[in-house]
Design a binder for this molecule. Structure first.
Ligand SMILES: Nc1nc2c(ncn2[C@@H]2O[C@H](COP(=O)(O)OP(=O)(O)OP(=O)(O)O)[C@@H](O)[C@H]2O)c(=O)[nH]1
Ligand SMILES: [Mg+2]
Length: 708
């Protein structure tokens, strides 16, 4: 720009363009229209309609944050939530474990009769579990709250069921895999595909409250198989995923969408010094102030992105305009957006991560404010002593950002619902997560700090249970799978009391891989839980054998009896240390100044040369588009109120080669040329319009007294 200013006295004004319409954005900065000047006379015909503005990025509507969207009504499980809050560990089934049971991994003591829990009523929990019928052959699975299922002779009923597509997809052999509060059912559908379903209910027989029962879900290669009433059946997969949206009560405020805008620069002004005894005071218009910057800062007191529910827009202040007596405008106020530790920042709609803000105190300059426009004092030179030109302030950049909070935990506890993950966390740390004998007790991740001694501590996160299909939105797991991306190590808790622990184990591993293959590559250990239960104890040897054959480090424990847990967590600690060492050698030291790289990029874009441009031609409308960020910025900063601005603009187009290129490409008389927001008409006969537009007294021939 400095170079441009110095060229102004040498302007060879041969305007081939006639500006039809100058930038409409701030035509007059709110001031009353000036009387026409000579230079605005003939030749400069303005068009009434504004030039086509560049297509602005679609502005997100009210769904700016994940939590502003209301969940589908049927997903709001009021009854289930009530039920959850009533359940205590002491009430749960585990309270019935006979203390006489001997240690883990060894002999199991006496048999425990838990069969009475499977009769549909869990006394401790006062829940009514649905009955699950298991069928052979081609019969259909059916859920019935305590009702009988007639699977043989009643042909009419069978016909009805065939018509009812709710059951149609879940035909074939089924077997019960787990009967723990909820029931995991596996089977084969008509096509021979493996089908899994988690069936459970909470509350009494009242259908309205029986929300979980209303959402019985069968999972078939990640697709829902709706086993409930046909009203709930959804037409397509998309609708299913939508309906599986996490209810508002369960939503973690760990995603937000915000708008940030750096402040615009203040405008420069044209002013001349008029003072007694100071003849020919000269130009004294001050520069505009710089717009405020946008910073992102990690605030250790924040643990969610909840504050962004109310405030979505963050705009830095604009710089003040310059004033006479060479007074520069004040700088605009900066805005600092505080985020929780562990926040990942992306530009909305883009995959690329802009910033990862992990540690409290980190502060990143995200968007630098716009440059202040120069006042006429800055344009003064030996050849142009009365510059009547000033610039607009540069527009501050703006952006929609997607913020995502990922837990910063060393170890993540994963596994199917009800495996005992929360129980394990409560044993190894001081955390007190809700523990209960039904799936999805944990709705939000829990954190706990495990300390071995003063120096060695690690943060462990208990994550909501994962179901098959979690990566496609089933259950709650997918909402939280991303948290595991931050964990260096995983502890995979396997429910030993399930029918086929290995199958469940593989399903969860597959989910991790499908969600993000990098997750599956993280180091992990397996903790086979509930060893105090006879069935778990029986299955342990074969489970261990198979996993060890696959070279997977496997431990057994009884979280509730606090046996074997220390071994598991110390093994996790060892794995964590090893992975940390490996990481530090690979990644090396990270330069904290790299946090400003987004702002650096913006600055680089700003300093793009005006001679870098592309020209496209639309032959149907005889329009030429001159595209270049340097030129665009130049147009935006040109203040068309001032006569000299127009001349300087013509000169710049000539100097940077736009005119020449257009002529080379075959521009014709009357064609429209669009540069940035400015639309002009091309005239071949420069002689006709060019010299006649020059305000002869405006540049080098100006005499100071003229301004007195
Ligand atoms: N017998 C026995 N029961 C256990 C053991 N560990 C946990 N449980 C019980 O299993 C049930 C589920 O425990 P949670 O810790 O809530 O399971 P979770 O994996 O956190 O479940 P979600 O949060 O739903 O994913 C509770 O009733 C626990 O008391 C164990 O070692 N032995
Ligand atoms: Mg839990």
């Amino acid at each position: 720009m400095a170079a441009m200013a110095s060229t102004s006295p040498l302007i060879r004004l041969s305007p081939r363009f006639q500006a039809r319409c100058a930038s409409r954005k701030r035509p007059n900065n709110g001031r009353p229209p000036r009387p026409r000047r000579r230079s605005e006379k003939p030749g400069l015909r303005t068009r009434c309609e504004p030039p086509p503005r560049p297509v602005a990025p679609a502005r997100p509507g009210p769904e700016a944050t994940t939590y502003t969207r209301l969940p589908p009504r049927e997903d709001f499980l009021a009854a289930s939530i009530d039920a959850v809050s009533e359940v205590k560990l002491s009430d749960s089934r585990i309270a019935l474990v006979d203390p006489g049971v001997d240690g883990v991994c060894g002999e199991v003591g006496q048999e425990h009769d838990y069969n009475d829990l499977e009769d549909g009523t869990d006394r401790g929990l006062a829940f009514n579990y649905i009955s699950l019928d298991v069928f052979e052959g081609n019969s259909s699975a059916r859920i019935d709250d305590g009702g009988d299922y007639d699977d043989d002779d009643d042909e009419e009923e069978e016909e009805e069921e065939e018509e009812d597509s709710d059951y149609g997809e879940f035909e074939g052999e089924e077997e019960v895999l787990g009967l723990d509060g909820g029931k995991i059912v596996s089977g084969y559908d008509g096509d021979g595909n493996k089908v899994m379903a988690m069936l459970y209910t909470v509350g009494d027989d009242d259908d309205e409250n029986d929300c979980f029962a209303g959402k019985k879900t069968g999972l078939k290669d990640g697709k829902a198989v709706n086993l409930a009433d046909s009203e709930d059946e959804l037409d397509d997969e998309e609708a299913q995923v939508k309906e599986k949206g996490v209810p508002a009560v369960m939503r973690c405020f760990d995603r937000a969408k915000i708008y940030v805008k750096a402040g615009d620069g203040g405008n420069g002004v044209v002013a001349f010094r008029r003072e007694k005894f100071v003849p020919l005071g000269g130009p004294s218009g001050g520069d505009g102030g710089r717009g405020g910057n946008v910073y992102l800062e990690v605030d250790s007191s924040m643990n969610s992105l909840l504050p962004f529910r109310n405030s979505v827009h963050f705009r830095a202040g604009r710089g003040r305009h310059g004033q006479g007596s060479k007074m520069a405008g004040a700088k605009g106020e900066d805005v600092v957006v505080k985020v929780a530790p562990g926040t990942v920042v992306r530009e909305a709609g883009k995959e690329e991560v802009l910033l990862e803000l992990l540690n409290p105190g980190q502060k990143a300059l995200l968007l630098p404010g716009g440059r202040g426009g120069r006042g006429n004092a800055s344009f003064k030179s030996g050849m142009n002593k009365v510059p009547r030109i000033a610039e607009n302030g540069e527009e501050g950049p703006e952006m929609w950002l997607e913020l995502e909070l990922k837990l910063v935990a060393d170890v993540g506890i994963i596994g199917v619902p009800n495996a005992g993950k929360s129980t394990f966390l409560s044993v190894i740390s001081a955390a007190q997560p809700t523990i209960a004998n039904y799936p999805f007790t944990t709705l939000l991740p829990n954190l706990g700090v495990v300390s071995f001694d003063y120096d060695s501590t690690m943060v462990v996160a208990d994550l909501p249970g994962l179901l098959e299909g979690a990566h496609r939105g089933f259950g709650l797991g997918h909402e939280f799978l991303r948290h595991t991306e931050r964990c260096s190590t995983l502890v995979h808790v396997v429910d030993g009391s399930s029918e086929q622990p290995e199958l469940e184990f593989d399903a969860v591993r597959l989910e991790l891989e499908l969600f993000n293959p990098e997750l599956a590559e993280k180091p992990y250990i397996v903790a086979y839980n509930k060893m105090d239960l006879p069935e778990a104890y029986e299955r342990w040897p074969s489970f261990k054998e198979r996993l060890e054959a696959r070279r997977i480090q496997t431990f057994c424990m009884s979280a509730v009896k606090r046996e074997g847990t220390y071994r598991v967590i110390s093994a996790a600690y060892d794995v964590l240390q090893r992975s940390k060492e490996a990481k530090s050698t690979i990644e090396g030291w990270v330069d904290p100044s790299s946090l400003n790289h987004v702002a650096e990029k913006v600055k680089d874009q700003r300093s793009a040369s005006i001679s870098e441009f592309e020209i496209t031609h639309d032959s149907s409308s005889h329009t030429w588009h001159v595209i270049g960020s340097g030129l665009r910025r130049f147009v935006q900063m040109t203040n068309w109120r001032y006569v000299d601005s127009e001349k300087r603009f013509q000169h710049v187009l000539e100097a940077c080669g736009v005119n020449k290129t257009l002529m080379k490409l075959g521009v014709k008389e009357g064609d429209t040329v669009i540069v940035g927001e400015l639309e002009m008409v091309w005239h071949d006969s420069a002689g006709r319009t060019g010299p006649s537009n020059i305000n002869k007294g405006s540049t080098d021939s100006v005499r100071w007294p003229q301004w007195k």
